[in-house]
Design a protein around this ligand. Structure first.
Ligand code: GLN
Length: 537
């Protein structure tokens, strides 16, 4: 009895399809429905793991170890439901499985074609989640924009599914843009009309239109769009810029997005969902006006590259009754002479994840500065590794200490390639990925931050690790390993107990912070930043 909702986009990219999908998921979930949200991306890469963040933003990692699109992060942060490898599908994965089936001989005698073979595989994947658990709704977001060549098989698959399942089981929401022409002083509907025509030309009549706009849409304009696009007026929803993405579900609720969908699919909307804790979060967020400044030391001067970290800081900020102002500090430009200036006024520093050597010396200098000035510091993955290298060089006196990622010849490989990675030659999907256990040492700061838990589970994405041969020296000099994988002995957390808050994690806590369950380490870090900020002023 699963119902399918497809979300497509037109006119331009970056209109917020991911947020609309996550918001709709949130509303249906709040009405008691069992849902999942998935993203189908038309590009040919098997996954975004091999993409530069400049191309596609952050690579989000699921608990089961799939490198996926950053929209999955929104789905989890909004709904609290963990996604899996089935929730992120690319053309590359679709083609790969069809080609593997062809080689196996599954289609013997047949010519393999986009229709029906590729489209059948897309349809199978769309419905896969519902074969594994009982789901009321599967929301499928299609990446890209109507008209993209590589998106065509996906649109064709939706057309077929809509026809096969019927209007009560499958529905399309099309998200478009209503630009404002300042010179004419007018909002323009033509791009939306053309985008819907294009969709209709491919055999899909959208039931709902979500119009992204920077200005309020008048009833006349809505009526005009409805009239030209064969869509009911009450199914024209406006999506205006809001101060926070977390206000979008309430905005959609006010306009009846979920109710109109339910009615069109033959379900009685019933009671308005209460969304109590969600509203409480937003109210608390609004009350938290006092700012805490946190510097983000990384090499990608692009917000989307650190999406989950920014969101995790924002969640923790709200629950600490503060507004986190995250300032990006490009590690590529940090040198000894300017680090004080660059980190001036920061109540905390995050040393960001990353790959390759560009900008790492700047991260090391930042780590040294925040360690010697006792500024709360959170190193994540590569950031943790740079904290370790800095400590080795400047406290242990191992001048050439390095990661074998940056300098394979280093005499002091305090960060070294993990043993199981040494035989790996393929790049795609071969890192240590997904959830692993981490035992937390008693008496440590992290143990307290985790509320006394002796074991936690966190997500990973790395090839290199802390070299345990050096651990005794580090411990003696004051940097302790306080989180260890119980099976492999791999160091997962380091901290300097003598400092306010100086903690590095090999794992990525930012992947599991949600609106209603902020991550305990981000909570504790921001708390410490607030206290430090207060003591400084
Ligand atoms: N490049 C480092 C490694 O592979 C860190 C990876 C990361 O920050 N995600 O171990």
């Amino acid at each position: 009895m699963t119902r399918y909702i497809f979300i497509t986009g037109g006119v331009a990219s970056s209109l917020g399809k991911g947020i609309i999908s996550a918001s709709l998921g949130k509303l249906l979930q709040a009405r008691g429905y069992k849902i999942t949200i998935q993203k189908f991306d038309p590009y040919i890469n098997i996954d975004p793991g091999t993409l530069n963040p400049y191309e596609h933003g952050e690579c989000y990692v699921t608990a089961d170890g799939m490198e996926t699109d950053l929209d999955l992060g929104h789905y989890e942060r909004f709904t609290g439901i963990k996604t899996t490898r089935d929730n992120s599908v690319t053309s590359g994965r679709i083609y790969l499985s069809v080609i593997e089936k062809e080689r196996r001989g599954d289609y013997l005698g047949k010519t393999i074609q986009v229709v029906p073979h590729i489209t059948d595989e897309i349809k199978r994947r769309v419905q896969l989640a519902a074969t594994k658990e009982d789901l009321d709704f599967v929301i499928t977001e299609i990446g890209g924009t109507i008209g993209d060549i590589e998106g065509q098989p996906f649109i064709e698959a939706i057309r077929q599914l809509k026809w096969e399942l019927g209007p009560s089981k499958a529905l399309n929401i099309h998200l478009t843009y209503i630009p404002y022409l300042a010179a004419a002083g007018e909002l323009k509907t033509k791009p939306t009309q053309m985008s819907v025509k294009q969709l209709q030309g491919l055999g899909i009549q959208p039931e709902v239109l979500v119009l992204r706009t920077e200005h309020e849409l008048s009833p006349e304009l809505r009526a005009k769009v409805a009239h030209f696009c064969n869509v009911d007026v009450d199914a024209i929803i406006q999506s205006q810029d809001l101060p926070s993405i977390y206000e979008v579900p309430l905005n959609m609720l006010r306009q009846g997005l979920d109710a109109v969908i339910l009615r069109k699919m033959g379900l009685e909307p019933g009671e308005t969902p209460a969304l109590g804790p969600w509203r409480a979060f937003l109210e608390r967020r609004e009350r938290a006006t006092e700012v805490v400044n946190i510097g983000l030391v990384g090499k990608y001067d692009l917000q989307d590259a650190y999406k989950s970290i920014l969101e995790s800081l924002a969640h923790a900020g709200t629950y600490n009754d503060r507004k986190v102002k995250a300032t990006f500090v490009n590690s590529d430009g940090i040198i000894r002479d300017n680090v004080g200036e660059k980190l001036k006024g920061m109540s905390g520093v995050v040393i960001c994840p990353g790959f390759g050597s560009r900008g790492v010396e700047g991260k090391i200098i930042a780590a040294e500065y925040s360690r010697t000035h006792d500024i709360p510091t959170f190193g994540i993955c590569l950031g943790m590794q740079m904290m370790v290298i800095e400590f080795a060089r400047n406290v242990l006196g191992l001048k050439d200490a390095d990661s074998s990622e940056m300098n394979p010849e280093t005499p002091h490989n305090v960060i070294d390639m993990m043993e199981e990675q040494k035989s790996v030659t393929m790049k795609g999907g071969t890192m240590r990925l997904g959830s692993y256990k981490c035992g937390i040492v008693e008496g440590s700061r992290v143990r307290k931050a985790y509320g006394g838990e002796s074991e936690v589970v966190e997500r990973h994405r790395h090839r290199y690790e802390f070299n345990n041969r050096y651990s005794a020296g580090f411990e003696k000099a004051g940097m302790r390993v306080t989180g260890v994988n119980p099976e492999s002995g791999l160091a997962e957390i380091v901290e300097i107990p003598g400092l306010r808050w100086y903690i590095g994690t090999q794992f990525h806590p930012e992947y599991s912070s949600t609106v209603l369950r902020p991550h305990p380490l981000f909570m504790d870090f921001v708390k410490s930043c607030v206290e430090y900020g207060a003591s400084e002023s």
